[in-house]
Design a binder for this molecule. Structure first.
Ligand code: URP
Ligand code: ZN
Ligand code: ZN
Length: 457
């Protein structure tokens, strides 16, 4: 099948070009002005932007969170993703204690293969570091897993500082990249105990149990360890101005530090936890929502190019039957929020249409930089001859309202309920196949596993 997309504005991180795109099979054959091809279906993209497919660097589909399973699995989560313009997700494979990395990877392939509507890759969360895990790192590279996540919080998942040093050094031999959940787990345990001793069980105590110092201290410690290891590192879901200052300090001293933030940390503040009744539970995630001053600091960093990626940390739970478990104790509320469907429009509306930044920055943060860092560029993240024809034809004028009722995400809530936004993925192509047309999914489960290469920056 050949498609000729005409009259659109092609977006890269550097420029906008008024060129046509010829797609043949799964690839972009060429781009150029005024292309004419007799046997191609012509799509008129006048007045539209064309982005390389968006990449969500941070999703948790099909995740077991103790008693509960996330509301979205790969089937529902990736349909929601592609409807919004995200053509590749990087999900977190989590190693159980006693499991090999390969066994964990096989479990995630079992959940994703054949059920995904966008392309996908896996970061590996190492929770059980031992000689066996160490020996598996080169095998992970061969299997296309070149990025990892380590937790400094959550007792069942976290690794200690010495292990972080070891893992950073080992992964650096493969030119991979490690993302770290930076919260000091011991401090959280102590603060939760204090709150409970004082009889404080309200949802509004969630941010008090994980204040900015908890993140900033962990980032500081991580960056000290990364310096000792001589390895770059990726701070995931950065949420505070204090944490950002730690990143800036290490960069100024010559360290390579990547940073991801999420729409929730750019748009929502901790007043959400004061909502009446149990409504604030919808916003319980970790790290928690912060103050307006943190939001402004993160936006400034986004606009300055100090942030590398916007991922969602999509980890959806229903209010009914799941979040409501914490009705009388906020520590029992499963942590996480949905977001994979709405990240592009949220960035477009609040970042681009608001005038804060531009479509080139949107391309950089949502597509190009993730593709480079995570070993997929220029197959993904670019509109170039030979790249996968993952394309988003973006209507900058479409106005609509985000609601849980209308979303494809399989959750009974969205933290962006009632947000009135401008911009929408009008058509989405995945490796040359038109998958989305004006919100309608034309073909399901067409996603493939992407074997990734070593980090490209
Ligand atoms: O609350 C969150 N973010 N849950 C997902 C797991 C994580 O920490 O990334
Ligand atoms: Zn995390
Ligand atoms: Zn996460």
């Amino acid at each position: 099948m050949k498609y000729l997309i005409k009259n659109g504005t092609l977006v890269s991180s550097q420029e906008c070009r008024h060129e046509d795109i010829l797609i043949e099979g799964e690839k972009i054959l060429c781009t150029g002005p005024d292309l004419e091809v007799a046997d191609a279906e012509v799509i008129d993209a006048s007045g539209k932007y064309i982005f390389p497919g968006f990449i969500d660097t941070h999703t948790h589909f099909d995740l077991d969170a103790g008693d509960f399973h996330t509301a979205d699995d790969f089937y529902t989560g990736t349909k929601a993703a592609i409807a919004g313009g995200t053509t590749t997700v990087l999900d977190f494979t989590t190693q159980d204690k006693g499991q090999t990395l390969k066994e964990a990877l096989d479990v995630w392939h079992g959940m994703a293969d054949g059920k995904s509507s966008c392309d996908y890759g896996f970061h590996m969360s190492i929770t059980d570091w031992n000689e066996k895990s160490r020996a598996e790192i080169p095998e992970m590279t061969r299997l296309g897993v070149t990025s990892y996540k380590l937790y400094m919080a959550y007792d069942n998942l976290r690794v200690n500082d010495g292990e972080i040093l070891e893992i950073l050094s080992e992964v650096e031999k493969e030119h991979g990249i490690i993302g770290v959940h930076c919260e000091n787990g011991d401090l959280i345990t102590a603060l939760v105990s204090r709150l409970k001793a004082d009889g404080e069980n309200r949802i509004s105590m969630h941010p008090a149990s994980r204040p900015p110092e908890v993140e900033a201290e962990a980032i500081h410690r991580l960056l000290s360890i990364a310096k000792l290891a001589g390895a770059p590192v990726n701070v995931v879901h950065l949420s505070t101005a204090a944490g950002l200052e730690e990143v800036r300090r290490a960069r100024a001293a010559g360290q390579t530090v990547f940073a991801e933030t999420c729409p929730q940390y750019l748009l929502l503040d901790d007043s959400e936890y004061e909502r009446p009744g149990f409504d604030g539970a919808a916003y319980v995630l970790s790290p928690p929502l912060r103050k307006r001053s943190d939001i402004e600091a993160l936006w400034e960093a986004v606009c300055n190019g100090e942030i590398d990626m916007i991922g969602t940390d999509h980890c959806s739970f229903n209010m009914k039957g799941q979040k409501e478990r914490g009705l009388s104790d906020f520590t029992l509320i499963p942590n996480g929020i949905p977001g994979v469907e709405h990240r592009p429009v949220l960035f477009y509306h609040f970042g681009v249409a608001s005038g804060r930044t531009d479509v080139n920055m949107m391309c950089r943060l949502l597509s190009e930089r993730p593709a480079r860092l995570f070993g997929m560029y220029p197959r993904k993240g670019a509109i170039l001859a030979g790249s996968d024809a993952d394309l988003v034809i973006w209507d900058p004028d479409r106005r609509w309202i985000i609601t849980a009722e209308d979303q494809l995400q399989n959750a009974d809530n969205t933290p962006y309920e009632g947000f009135s936004v401008t911009g929408r993925a009008s058509q989405v192509f995945l490796r040359g196949q038109r998958i989305v047309n004006e919100g309608e999914i034309l073909a399901e489960c067409q996603g493939q596993y992407i074997k990734r290469k070593e980090r490209g920056i």
